[in-house]
Ligand binder design. Structure first.
Ligand SMILES: Cc1ncc(COP(=O)(O)O)c(C=O)c1O
Length: 499
């Protein structure tokens, strides 16, 4: 008889009992406490925003054998805290003013556990009887906000990148009706976008087999797509008999948060209509879509209703946790054409049920019911408070602009149109542009590594510049003052090392 490989002292493992033991509120407490402690510490602005440990140091700490034996959940929570939480970027800290990822709304954070516990898949109605209709409802709230009628619809996505890809797939299907069977052919249509468009657009062109050579990039006038140049380019394409699949405008561009003039872009799309009608205008409002809820900022989106498709990320300026993206379509039936597949094991042939199923019109198959946290956010805070939060984020960017306007070394580079501000650093006595670029990057790195705060950098007009995005409702004027004094102090140190 084969001997039991386990030592005699090891107790027998009952996997089901382990699972059952973890289902109570008491069992969850150590994990929930990690969240609550994180909220409390960051609310008080305690500790650093990040650490300076390298990826190698963290990887070494994590390089253990795969655990073979169970541990109590409380031990796991303790290990998690000491091994991992120490080095996270603390986005809920008011001095995190970095990338476009939110310090998420607490009610939405708590909802995440419920979404996972229920684990409904939005692919088809039969797998998610409550949340597929909810997704239709929440999307209707959003399309109503835009001002669209009952023909509108959409789908939730993993974010703006997927939303834009799906919108452009729908536009491609209009430009090349049999594309799903035959591919794009030797003379695919072109895609037009502004120079400041997010890389989601060129990525979509690559994924769709158009090739980057079929992306026509329109230069900017200031931070916006130049409409005279757009018109000139569309006229040229018309003369060359090159069909245009879609024109992509941006509402809240990544680098500076600027909004394209949507009315003017829509006029251009109307003027250069082809046999299919006006050119397809897709608006990437992944970042700036939050302005729809904010009466003071909403005019920046004038013309949005003329778009045929809109990408909007609640996980950006609506302050939801990742991931919550949305694609909104003026005519829902356009979305049916983005993907043209049958899957008898999943998609029901019944027209009725299909209207509720999300899988046929979504890139993802199994998909989390992220819509639930969006719904909870509206239920808990209401559209007014969410709009007020968006305005507050924008106010903070404006405050920093004002604060830096008369600064000797830091210069704001544009009026903020949302919650983003880019500014340059002019180190005293440094005239060489490349040297200034290197010092700018060094300053950002030094400041972030200090733990006092966290900001980003980008390139504008070929030069390296500093950039903040206010994505945390707790960030206030005092924190922006602290940012300026922190940068001043680190700038001196950078210069001392440089000389
Ligand atoms: C304007 C814009 N579009 C699209 C995206 C991509 O969104 P996601 O990261 O949700 O895919 C971003 C992200 O920063 C963005 O700023």
């Amino acid at each position: 008889m084969a001997s039991d490989p386990r030592p005699l002292t090891e107790p027998p493992i009952d996997p089901l009992a382990l699972l059952e033991a973890d289902t109570t509120l008491e069992a969850a407490r150590p994990l929930l406490e990690l969240v609550a402690t994180y909220f409390a510490e960051t609310r008080a602005g305690e500790g650093g925003v990040s650490t300076w440990h390298s990826a190698e140091v963290i990887a070494d700490r994590l390089a253990t054998e795969m655990p073979r034996n169970p541990r109590p959940l409380a031990d796991v929570a303790r290990r998690l805290a000491s091994l991992l939480l120490v080095d996270v970027n603390r986005l809920a800290h008011p001095m995190y003013i970095g990338h476009q990822v939110s310090a998420p709304l607490p009610a939405a954070v708590w909802t995440e556990a419920l979404i996972s516990a229920l684990n409904q898949s939005q692919a088809v109605r039969e797998m998610s009887p409550s949340f597929t209709p909810l997704e239709h409802q929440v999307i209707e709230w959003m399309t109503d906000l835009i001002g669209w009628d009952a023909r509108a619809g959409g789908t939730m996505t993993s974010g703006g990148t997927e939303a834009t890809l799906t919108a452009l797939l729908a536009a491609r299907a209009r430009a090349i009706p049999n594309v799903w069977d035959r591919g794009v052919g030797p003379r695919p249509p072109v895609l037009v976008c502004g120079e400041h468009a997010h890389y989601a657009v060129t990525r979509a062109a690559g994924v769709m087999g158009l090739g980057q050579s079929h992306v026509v990039v329109i230069p900017s006038d200031g931070q916006r797509m130049s409409v005279p140049q757009l018109r000139a380019r569309l006229a040229e394409l018309q003369r060359e008999h090159k069909p245009v699949m879609a024109v992509v405008a941006t509402a809240g561009c990544t680098a500076t948060g600027a909004f394209d003039d949507l009315e003017a872009v829509a006029d251009a799309c109307d003027s250069f209509a082809d046999a299919n009608g006006p050119l397809w205008m897709h608006v990437d409002a992944a970042h700036g879509g939050g302005a729809l809820l904010a009466p003071r900022e909403r005019p920046r989106l004038a013309g949005l209703a003329r778009a045929r498709s809109v990408a909007w990320d609640p996980h950006k300026t609506l302050l939801l946790p990742l991931a919550a993206g949305m694609l909104l379509m003026r005519e829902e039936h356009d979305l049916e054409r983005a993907y043209a597949q049958s899957a008898p094991y999943l998609f029901t042939p019944s027209e009725d049920a299909r209207a509720w199923d999300m899988g046929p019109r979504s890139f993802q198959c199994s998909r989390r019911a992220d819509v639930l946290k969006v719904w909870v956010a509206f239920e808990r805070y209401g559209s007014q408070a969410l709009g007020a939060l968006y305005e507050r984020l924008c106010d903070m960017a404006r405050y920093l602009h004002e604060r830096l306007s008369s600064h000797a070394q830091f210069t704001p580079l544009h009026l903020p149109e949302s919650n983003i501000l880019c500014f340059s650093w002019q180190p005293p006595g440094v005239v060489d542009a490349a040297e200034r670029d290197a010092l700018t990057d060094a300053l950002r790195e030094r400041y972030n590594r200090s733990g006092r705060g966290w900001i980003t950098a980008t390139s504008l007009g070929g030069r390296r510049v500093l950039r903040i995005t206010v994505m945390n409702a707790r960030t206030d004027r005092v924190h922006l003052d602290a940012l300026v004094s922190g940068l001043e102090a680190e700038a001196q140190r950078v210069l001392q090392h440089h000389r």
